[in-house]
Structures are given as C-alpha cells and as structure tokens.
Design a binder for this molecule. Structure first.
Ligand code: SF4
Length: 367
C-alpha cells in the first residue's frame, strides 16, 4: 500500500422523512431514529477505524443517506469534528452533505457551512410535481427550487443537484425542459441518473400492474442530456455525472478510481487494502454493536487480486478517461470489445468509446 495514497470517508445517515416508491436503499422512517446516540456511535467508530489509514490523508468526507439533512448542524459539526480528531484531513478536504429539499432551510444551511460542510448535493430529482408525487418524494418542485437558491447563497464551495430521467410517463421534451431550467441555475455539478426500479420496490409493482409506464427509449434521454449539458459548459466526466471545470466530485472519483475508503454508520461498507467490510443495517443494532466493540461490522472479506482487478475495471470504465491499463492486461473479451469499437486502448489507458459508453452495462457484462 502506498502510504501517500489518499482515502475517502463515507458516513451513512439511514433516516428519511418518508419512503420514496422507487428506493431500494436501506433507510428507516422511524421517528427518533436520528439521535445523538447514533451520532456518538459514528464518532466512536471513526476513531476505531483510524488505525487502518494511519499516515494517510483523507481527501474527502461524504455524509450520505438516507437523508443527511435530517442531521442538525450541531450533529453535523460533531461528525466532522470527530473525523478531524481521529483522521488526518487533507487541507483541501472535500466535505459533502447530501440534502433533500424538504429539510434544507436557510438556518440549517448556514449551520452546515459553519460546521465545515463545503459541498452540498441536493436531491431535486424532478421539477414536475406529478412525477414527484408518483415517486412519492417528500418535496414539490417549488420546494426544490427554493432549496437550490438557499444552497447557492449558503457559502458552499460547490453545489450539486441530482436529477432523474426515464420517469413514469415522462416524454423527452418534458425532460429537456426540466434540464434546461436546471442547467440555467449555474450549479457546479449535476448528476443525472436513469430511473431503474429494482425488484421489490412499490413503483415496479405499479408498472407491472399497468398503472404507469416508463419511457421505452432511454438512450435518447442520455444523448439529449449530454448534448444539452455540454452546450452549457458541463463536462460529462462519468456516465451519470457532469461538472464544470475542476468541480468533479472528489469523493466519488475515489470510488471510480478504486481508492480505499472508510465506511462509517449503519449499513455502510468500506474497503482498505483489499479488505471489504459491511456494517449492520439496523441503526439500533449498530449503536449497540459500536457500544460493545467500537465497530458496526457485520461481515468482512479479503478480496483476491482477480476480484480487485475486475472491480477496478468495472468502476474505471464509468469514467470518460477510463483507467490506466497495460497491454499485458488485455483479455480475449476486452480485445473483442476493442475490435467491436466499444473500448479503446490508447496511451496506456483503457476507456469506452462513445458507442461503448452509451451501452456500458452490456459492454461490462461481456468482459
Ligand atoms: S430520500 Fe433517498 S434514501 Fe430516502 S427513501 Fe427517498 S430515495 Fe430513498
């Protein structure tokens, strides 16, 4: 392990105001779940994990969820202070908080910046009230617009928004209109995900019952997004992510570049030196486990070199610039994809061509 290699810190806040109908992440809507006991357990676990990354700098802290904007600014400050106390933070450490429009008030925003958050990522998802209702998001389009304005005036170094396309009964022109508005806000970063309901979510049940339907051709949404955002000065640096120059998300780049990260909080996972661990899902069980042992770990496994190589490839090809790749690493399957014009190997890097990127999942399945 290179002692100079930076790492990331992911802190999971698994609480939400209500459950969105497309969501298959673990989160709980139990009132009172978000408590100082949970915050303290997160601090204790951060301290216990610190020996894994001794001598190395944290390039990023990402407080994700769930709905991290249910944390009060005081709780957020405590989480960040504990990171600073136990870990060595890089001078320019990116500290992101994910926020949902319904809980991002002016007062909280000010509190978050004072707590040390320097990047905020807002779950706007859509600017169409009917779509937001179908998805059972807890906010309206008006609230989303207000939250973005609040965040942009909040003094963060970087503001990002999450959007989703391919929504029930959404036409291409509806998506283009929303995206034009969002692109006009002047945000530093945009994530545009395709809605893909996983088995078991309520939205899928409604689709199967024929109550709603998803657009058939989502590739045209992907192409339109790229065209429109490129025109507005955003660079398409990862399959679902766009940034203004120098505003790429440092934390997520760490995942795509397969760097080490500490996972803190219930249902989080981490990876350091080829060892991956997963924490217990339930927040109460997490708190008890941390009280007893200092860690919330449920399971860990040592990843063999082949698995690490495969995962690194899968993550790296999500980036436009791809990954560093030696000619000696080319397998017959990769050679076939290069031959088919889906991948390209140039100047020691392997990356997807425009064609390969548009259908990346099927390319990845074949290699
Ligand atoms: S707010 Fe996010 S994490 Fe919570 S239920 Fe909705 S999609 Fe899932």
């Amino acid at each position: 392990m290179d002692m100079k290699e930076p790492f990331g810190v992911y802190i999971h806040i698994p609480f939400c105001q209500s459950k969105c109908h497309y969501c298959d992440f673990y989160s709980t809507t139990k009132r009172g779940g978000m408590s100082w006991d949970y915050v303290k357990a997160v601090g204790t676990e951060t301290g216990r994990l610190s020996s894994l990354v001794e001598g190395r700098k944290a390039a990023s802290i990402f407080i994700g969820g769930g709905t991290p904007s249910l944390l009060t600014p005081k709780m957020t400050a405590s989480v960040i202070e504990n990171c600073a106390k136990h870990l060595s933070l890089a001078g320019d450490c990116e500290i992101t908080l994910e926020a949902n429009p319904e809980s991002l008030t002016d007062k909280r925003t000010k509190g978050y910046t004072l707590a040390g958050v320097n990047r905020i990522s807002i779950g706007v998802q859509s600017l169409d009230d009917n779509s937001l209702k179908t998805l059972r998001r807890a906010h309206s389009a008006a609230k989303a617009r207000r939250a973005v304005t609040t965040a942009m005036n909040g003094g963060f170094k970087s503001v990002s928004a999450d959007m989703m396309f391919g929504l029930p009964d959404q036409s291409l022109s509806m998506w283009e209109d929303e995206l034009k508005e969002v692109a006009g806000w002047g945000l530093d970063h945009l994530s545009c995900y395709q809605l893909t309901p996983e088995p078991g979510v309520l939205l899928l049940k409604k689709i199967e019952e024929g109550k709603i339907s998803l657009p058939e051709d989502t590739l045209e949404f992907f192409d339109a997004t790229e065209g429109l955002l490129n025109e507005k000065g955003y660079s398409h640096y990862e399959i679902s992510n766009y940034a203004r120059e120098g505003k790429e998300c440092v934390h997520n780049l760490g995942y795509w570049e397969y760097r080490d990260y500490l996972g803190v909080g219930s249902s989080s996972h981490g990876m350091v030196d080829g060892m991956r661990w997963v924490n217990v899902r339930d927040p109460s069980r997490y708190i008890s486990r941390v009280k007893a042992s200092g860690l919330g770990k449920l399971h860990e496994e040592k990843l063999d070199e082949k698995i690490q190589w495969t995962e690194k490839l899968m993550m790296g090809l999500r980036l436009k610039r791809g990954i560093r790749f030696g000619k000696g690493e080319v397998t017959p399957e990769i050679a076939e994809m290069v031959q088919a014009g889906m991948l390209r190997l140039r100047q020691g890097r392997l990356f997807a061509t425009s064609r390969g990127w548009r259908t990346l999942n099927s390319v990845l399945e074949q290699i």
